[in-house]
Design a protein around this ligand. Structure first.
Ligand code: TRP
Length: 357
């Protein structure tokens, strides 16, 4: 784990298994960036409790599932650090500090939170901790002082808030000039870099309902572990409204989002687009099967690796990684916290955490 490479931090909340939206939005780019970057991948298990405090068993299960999904897609524990959020106390401490630098109304206006309240039907009875998670996410990221945060489009508003928190901290406690450019913050003495969001190949994958973003809670997801039969069935449900083989079709519809996301042969994509637009004897059903086959090909090796990690043996592998990596994660996050506390005049005495194995 050399420190000369630029750093990445990103992560997932364990509210279920990962799906195709995660794969093309973020997982693929994580795998691709592992060589050039020092990567930290976080399981935001604390955040799962903000909406499911009464489901501890489910959160524990999802945590194990997600790490297995990560391993199956090729995120590599030899090169990258897997961070179990609840075992890195510096994150919770920094959350408090950032909470006091962000105006309450600024947090409550965060568009990602607003969308979630609507989509998940949280009404006005959500927990205090729910909006707090957005502040926590600033701390997740900044604890590791990364340059880059690879995420899906829905997370960009959170990264923007994180950038504001970092700028504010550096200005208030490190004497960084309010007019300084983002890239100058660290060289001007700021504790935190101003990290940038990096959106994956497909920023927002529409679900198999053809309408909303793919999401487990909306019941429109194709999971990384789905079989060809399941994939074909789910693709079959994607409604386009087109009636016949010779009706000119709209190549900006949800089905063609899938064609462009999953059929990797560019010439074939062009051909399908041309035929569809012209209504040249091509049915939606046929295209759906072709997309399902492409998805199946993409998932085949993932499913195989994932199957090897099923059950207790896989659990033991996951727990070994998490234990080992908690030490690496805490080494970085404790260093960040110590620097932040020194800037805040909170270095009256020093502490050192120890992690018995
Ligand atoms: N909120 C993110 C999601 O639901 C997960 C997450 C938590 C995250 N902390 C993060 C993503 C830090 C990027 C960086 O997908």
């Amino acid at each position: 784990m050399t420190t000369s490479k630029p750093r990445i931090l990103t992560g997932d909340t364990p509210t279920g298994q990962l799906h195709l939206g995660h794969l093309v939005g973020s997982l693929e780019s994580r795998v691709a960036l592992q060589d050039e970057y020092d990567c930290y991948f976080l399981i935001a298990n604390m955040h799962a409790y903000t909406t499911r405090a009464d489901k501890p068993e489910g959160i524990r299960q999802s945590t194990m599932d997600i790490v297995k999904d990560w391993l199956a897609v090729g995120m590599d524990p030899e090169r990258s650090v897997f961070v179990l959020q609840t075992e890195v106390p510096a994150i919770a401490e920094l959350t408090w500090f950032f909470a006091m630098l962000l105006p309450f109304n600024r947090v409550m206006k965060n568009p990602t939170l607003k969308t979630e309240i609507k989509d998940k039907d949280l009404g006005d009875t959500y927990s205090f901790g729910f909006p707090m998670y957005a502040v926590g996410q600033c701390a997740d990221i900044l604890s590791f002082r990364p340059q880059l945060v690879p995420v899906g489009e829905d997370q960009v508003a959170h990264i923007e808030m994180c950038r504001e928190a970092a700028r504010r901290f550096n200005q208030v406690y490190c004497g960084v000039d309010p007019h300084a450019e983002d890239h100058e913050h660290e060289s001007l003495g700021g504790v935190f870099p101003i990290p940038e969001a990096k959106v994956g190949r497909v920023g927002r994958l529409v679900g198999t309902d053809g309408k909303q973003k793919m999401s487990k809670s909306l019941n429109n997801a194709i999971f990384l572990t789905d079989t060809f039969k399941q994939i074909k069935k789910k693709m079959g449900q994607l409604y386009t409204g087109r009636q016949s083989l010779d009706e000119p079709g709209d190549i900006d519809n949800a089905l063609f989002d899938y064609v462009r996301a999953f059929i990797r042969d560019e010439a074939r994509v062009k051909e399908l687009e041309t035929k569809y637009a012209a209504g040249d004897n091509i049915g939606d059903g046929h295209i759906k099967v072709e997309v399902a086959e492409a998805i199946d090909q993409l998932l085949e090796p993932v499913r195989a690796k994932r199957a090897e990690l099923d059950g207790d043996k896989g659990d033991a592998i996951v727990l070994d990684i998490l234990r080992d990596h908690a030490n690496k994660a805490n080494a970085v996050a404790e260093e960040t916290l110590a620097r932040a506390k020194a800037a805040m005049k909170l270095d009256l005495i020093q502490r050192e955490l120890s992690f018995p194995r």
